[in-house]
Design a protein around this ligand. Sequence first.
Ligand SMILES: Nc1ncnc2c1ncn2[C@@H]1O[C@H](COP(=O)(O)OP(=O)(O)OP(=O)(O)O)[C@@H](O)[C@H]1O
Ligand SMILES: O=C(O)c1ccc[n+]([C@@H]2O[C@H](COP(=O)([O-])O)[C@@H](O)[C@H]2O)c1
Length: 210
Amino acid sequence: MRIKLLMICKLPHIRPGQSVGLLGGSFDPPHRGHAAISHAALKRFGLDHLFWLVSPGNPLKARQPAPLERRISASRGLIQHPRIHVSGIEADLGTRYTAQTLRHLRRRHPGVRFVWLMGADNLTHFHRWKDWQQILDTVPVGVLARPGDRISSRFSPAARIYRHAMLKGSESQLLARADSPAWCFVNLPMVDVSSTALRARGEWSAAQQG
Ligand SMILES: Nc1ncnc2c1ncn2[C@@H]1O[C@H](COP(=O)(O)OP(=O)(O)OP(=O)(O)O)[C@@H](O)[C@H]1O
Ligand SMILES: O=C(O)c1ccc[n+]([C@@H]2O[C@H](COP(=O)([O-])O)[C@@H](O)[C@H]2O)c1
């Protein structure tokens, strides 16, 4: 039983020396914006693999998301790429906070270069996350531009406090192999879509079609 649990709690496909992006999110529902930043992150940060960590629930959001199985299945329907994998690893690990998830994954995958990925809106509020400085001090962070937050996020408390650790967009290929703290903001053609807007329009099931 214990052996089975340890196997489930590992991310498949990855090996020491590889660089692996982690995009955590509610994916309630998944949409084109998630796909666009994933493709951009693979390319701009030179990642070998990218995992969507479909979260049991954002610890800062009171609203209960749709059932995890539904969000995972919709995510798998939306993203089909040989190096992008959809996972419910946080539910398997029993973690909810990103710092906790990263601690588990780094322990279980020594030698793998994890990169935490997020849209610019999350950089704006990053200083409210549990152990946010520990995240930045231990794992490179890639931030993808998002409509509405592209400029303001760069003046957020986390961005200001860690300004010394910022790589230029033109240095994005260095991020995965950089010593922490290191973070990099990349611009990309932005996709103005959010799960909130899709839910408000009652488009949850149509979202898979993008
Ligand atoms: N259109 C987008 N452009 C850039 N980043 C995005 C976009 N949509 C989502 N992201 C990023 O993807 C990650 C997961 O996002 P999430 O699943 O919360 O989607 P969301 O559209 O932000 O949802 P909600 O509207 O419910 O907050 C977050 O880091 C978020 O910043
Ligand atoms: O660890 C935290 O304190 C924390 C606070 C807010 C959000 N997160 C994570 O950030 C990711 C994006 O969340 P969301 O709800 O914007 O999709 C998701 O993996 C959440 O678990 C994590």
